[in-house]
Design a protein around this ligand. Structure first.
Ligand code: FAD
Length: 274
């Protein structure tokens, strides 16, 4: 079985914590290499992310990696947080720029994820395995696809050890992206980010914002199933599992699942990969 990892978001209420506990316990049975926990840019989850990382680590015995987004943060705040993760025993960090919530003007001391990668390398050389984000279908704010690749390379040159992609539903975009990255001299593992489909209309809204494309034929199929929830679930799991199989057969070094703190959609995909 290929290496897998799971991404969670930090719960803020007791009900959400109970949901995460259930999900983490179920997904742990799939032996993930590690799990990760997102971070709200601008500090909106400043206490929740470390709390969750600790919970995943101590209660669930999972190797938990915090995401750290630098936009809106100061060197001192981020430095303190990194020390806290070090003290918890974390050895892996997902280093990102993040997107400030609209209306939050203050941009902080770091402009791009490259600055954060440089900072972590400089202050903690070699201690953390640093993952960064990358975009097979191009980051929505980049000038163009080649500039985006060059910016990805800058993160690797600054010291990133690996990369996780934004999710996509087009395996060819991933393969072409990896080929282009290799041609540019990017030699770190590029793990595809996989978004199992649980709520299609929510996914569509979210995809528009983050620059992931949902092929038209998938939307048409979803529409045709109407209220047949079971048919939608089956179709979605088959679709994502088929893509995962292609990715792995084509050389993807692992699969990183965006779980949205739900176990079923991810487990339905994994069950089809056996
Ligand atoms: P960067 O690598 O800094 O790139 C941002 C944009 O700037 C790109 O368009 C890039 O081409 C451009 N750019 C980079 N360097 C330069 C330069 N020198 N000059 C001009 N342009 C430049 N967000 C969160 O808030 N919290 C999370 O926990 C989180 N987790 C994520 C996990 C993964 C795996 C991924 C793929 C994304 C995640 N995101 C998260 C979303 C991410 O923060 C956004 O996509 C954000 O807009 C870009 O972050 P980045 O680290 O890729 O930024």
């Amino acid at each position: 079985m290929t290496k897998i990892s799971f991404e969670f978001y930090p719960p803020k209420t007791d009900e959400q914590r109970a949901q995460l506990d259930k999900t983490a316990a179920k997904l742990k049975t799939r032996n993930p290499e590690y799990v990760s926990c997102t971070f709200g840019a601008g500090g909106s989850t400043l206490s929740y992310t470390p709390e969750t990382v600790e919970r995943l680590h101590q209660t669930h015995g999972l190797d938990a990696a915090p995401h750290l987004s630098c936009v809106g943060g100061t060197r001192a705040e981020l430095g303190e947080l990194i020390e806290r993760y070090k003290a918890m025993g974390c050895r892996r960090i997902v280093a990102l720029r993040g997107d400030l919530p609209s209306g939050m003007g203050h941009a902080g001391e770091f402009r791009y994820a490259t600055d954060l990668v440089e900072f972590i390398r400089r202050e903690h050389d070699g201690f953390f395995h640093i993952e960064v984000g990358c975009y097979p279908e191009c980051h929505p704010q980049s000038e163009d696809a080649l500039a985006d690749l060059r910016h990805f390379k800058a993160k690797v040159d600054a010291g990133a050890d690996g990369a996780i992609t934004q999710y996509f539903y087009n395996a060819d975009a991933y393969f072409r992206f990896v080929d282009d990255a290799r041609r540019l001299g990017i030699d770190v593992p590029i793990v595809p980010g996989i978004m199992p489909i649980s709520n299609f209309s929510q996914l569509k809204r979210f995809s528009d914002a983050c620059g992931a494309e949902i092929p038209r034929w998938i939307g048409k199929r979803m529409q045709a199933y109407g209220d047949d929830v079971e048919a939608i679930r089956e179709f979605a799991a088959d679709l994502v599992a088929t893509m995962c199989r292609r990715l792995v057969e084509g050389g993807a070094p692992g699969l990183h699942f965006y779980t949205l703190n739900l176990s079923k959609p991810t487990l339905s995909v994994i069950a089809r990969l056996a």
